[in-house]
Each structure stands twice: as structure tokens, then as C-alpha cells.
Write a protein that binds this ligand. Sequence first.
Ligand code: SAM
Length: 288
Amino acid sequence: MASLSDIGTIKDIMQRHGFAFSKGLGQNFLINPSVCPRMAEMGGANPDAGILEIGPGIGVLTAELAKRAKKVVAVELDDRLLPVLDETLAEYDNVTIIHGDVMKLDLRALIAEHFADCAEVAVCANLPYYITSPVIMALLEGQLPVRSVTVMVQKEAADRICAPLGSRESGALTVAVNYYARPEILFKVSRGSFMPPPNVDSAVIRMVIRERPEYDVGDESVFFRAVKAGFSQRRKTLSNSLTSGGFLSREQALAALEQADIPPNTRIEALDMAGLAALSRSIFQIKS
Ligand code: SAM
């Protein structure tokens, strides 16, 4: 099969299959030949691994994963791409394409069904950007038996997810990702690496899943509720933002902050994970 990152090859495939890009489905296909081999290698594709890919497109990353991994399962929503993938991935007998919406599939069941004979499982994908955060959160919150999640996302999303906690660039997504995983930016990818080119640059990030959370937060639902309240009014001090949406009374907020040794005029973006966990524990105590 000719290189799937070659523009002439892509145009030929599109013409023969009568395929046109769907903007709504986030279809920007990779045409930079160096990106997919690097992603596959850094994304955990090895002879013992099962890899879950989301959105294979015409299979440019899928082929690199299939060359290196034991098995690849790729979930594609656009049924027009199914005959294309049949053709482009014909030489790989370790690839299964599943037609479906990744947000609606039972990923735990899918992993159990397809990867039982794999020593480890990893997710590797060039994500459709319109569902970047929900997909990442579904993968992490689901606490799936996955070692790492390596995904291409918009550069701004990569910067936010990988921002140090306690910095102004951090947000609720930064906290959530850091709770479940250790995120890092692997490399940047320019907009010219895609066909059609998107309006923004991209980056590949890797989130290595923690075996257990780094800090005791007391109660996860209280922790995430506090993080949501704090970041929904991030410019306000914690003594104000924690009372938003009726989460805490002012007295409860002040007591929790004092117990956690956090000055009441602190903003949530100034707290690192240890501080957030201490706050969550004291709120949990005060509310129970
Ligand atoms: N992997 C290919 C590449 O790197 O060139 C294509 C990546 S493209 C950014 C995103 C792909 O995700 C498209 O093929 C699109 O059809 C697919 N997609 C969009 N929404 C999806 C969903 N909810 N579930 C599964 N696949 C989806």
C-alpha cells in the first residue's frame, strides 16, 4: 500500500470512494509522514500491547500501530470510511475496525473482549477536536485497564492539560487529568501537517495512568465538586467561589479553608494537588 500520508494517495482514495471531508466530524487527516511512526512508538505500541485508536480516518496512524502492536482496535464513526479502511489496512490481520461513536461505546467491555490476550493496553489517537475533553475524561474517569493515553489535541488544549497545577494556565481539566494520570507534551505538530489544515497548531500529549491517586482527597465526588465550584469562578477567592451553586455556606467554606491551612483570599488556581486534596478532605469532614 502506498504511503497513507501522501497527498496524491489520499486524493486518489477520496476520488475512488467518493469521499469528502466532514468538518463536523473533525476530519483533518495527517499528511506529515514523521508524525504517526513517532506517535505509535511513544504511544506504547509494542509486540505485547493492545492499542485502542479513536477515529482512524483512512488508517494512516492505524497502519503504524498495526506494524508495532499485537492488536489494534479502531473505532470510527463515519461509515463512509469503512470501505476505505478495508482497502488501506488489508495487509494487517491484527486490526479490527469498529463502527461506532466512541462516546456511546462500553469501552471497558470492548477492552475485555478484544485485548484479553494482551499484556497491556494503551490508547493512541489523533482525536476529533470537537470531543477532546469529553473523550479524555471518559477514558480517565472510566478507570479502564489502560496504561497510557497518547493523543493529538489542539495545542491550546495540550498546554492547558499539561500546565503545572498552581499556575494561572491550569483549569478544572488540568486537575482532573493530574488526579488520574501524569500528563506531558511529547511534541508539537504544525497545522500544515494536516489535510485540510485546521486553524490551529496541535500537540501530541501522553497521559500515563496512575496506579492510584497521588493524594488522599477524602471523597472523590466532594473533590470534583470543589474543583468545579472553584474554577467556575476562578477569579474569585475560595471563600466566595466555594459557596457558588449552594455547594457550601460561607461559614463552611471559611472553616474548611482554615482547617486545610489555606488563607481565605486564595484563588483555586494557586493550589497544587496537595493543597486541593487537603481542601477536599476538610470539606468532606465538615459536610459529613
Ligand atoms: N487518524 C486519522 C489521521 O490521523 O489522519 C484521522 C483523525 S481525524 C482528526 C478524527 C477522526 O475521528 C475522523 O476519522 C472522524 O471521522 C472520527 N470521529 C469523529 N467523531 C468520532 C466519534 N464520536 N467516534 C469515533 N470516531 C469519530
